[in-house]
Design a protein around this ligand. Sequence first.
Ligand code: CO
Ligand code: CO
Ligand code: CO
Length: 316
Amino acid sequence: MPRETNPAVLVGLETHDDAGAFRLSENTAIVQTVDFFTPIVDDPYAYGQIAVANALSDIYAMGATPVTALNIVGFPSDRLPMAVLSRILLGGFQKAHEAEVVILGGHSVKDPELKYGMAVTGMASPGEIITNAGAQEGDLLVLTKPLGTGILTTALKNGKLPDEWLEPATRTMAELNRTASRLMKRHQAHACTDVTGYGLLGHAYEMASGSGVTLRIDHRKLPVLPGVWEMIERKQLTGGARDNERYVQSHLKMAETVGKPWRELLYDPQTSGGLLIALPPEKVAHFLADFEQETGRKLEPIGEVLPPQEKALEII
Ligand code: CO
Ligand code: CO
Ligand code: CO
């Protein structure tokens, strides 16, 4: 696609950022994104919730506030009862409502494969937009949700996932990145992206190359969903992880101590994953304390930002 040259475009396609941003006036920018996918869990209501949490996430990753949304639906009406669509839309509506986002309308088509998601518009002041390209040497990295949703949902599709591990995976995918977004703004984050289809390393690479730095990630610090190791052992692997590996491997220095299951996790494509945030080191303790107080979840830094090295990513 040709490049946009309009000077009001604050964030366009060039840096593979989460959402686009357009300046409306000196104090106001709109931030826009669209996301939809095929069902990731069997329960229609939970699928609706996850699809909306995922669509809103790109707005949160920019430090913007989502305001309005439009539903996007592809539905096999000759194969599934309309009650299924009602449950999906209700799940989506209630997740949007939780986020104080208004659904103004939408569009549906008949589609042999079910799809749901939304186009979302958020607001920000132009100066407060946080891109994936602002990480600075010395920053510490935080990841706000545990990894492993690609492996666990693959196991679910294959009928291999016990309910005890489906529940935490569903809960984490349906969780809004709203609190993390608000707190990263409060603590002056330099850069952020949400971790989705390209996996932790794919999105970390985009942050590193966009910012002109190297990210060093300590694999032992990564948060992991329950059941992930068991499912890797039972070969519930994704094709997406191999694509992600190919995408980043020439930009990557991986310590030999990083075992095979960990590598699987580093490349695992996430659905509605957490925010990867680069914070000034003096702000990190405050961010983590506030995050724990508001969500009940304890995090620790997963890595740091180095001056540019030969490789954009270093995994220790
Ligand atoms: Co994103
Ligand atoms: Co997206
Ligand atoms: Co119309």
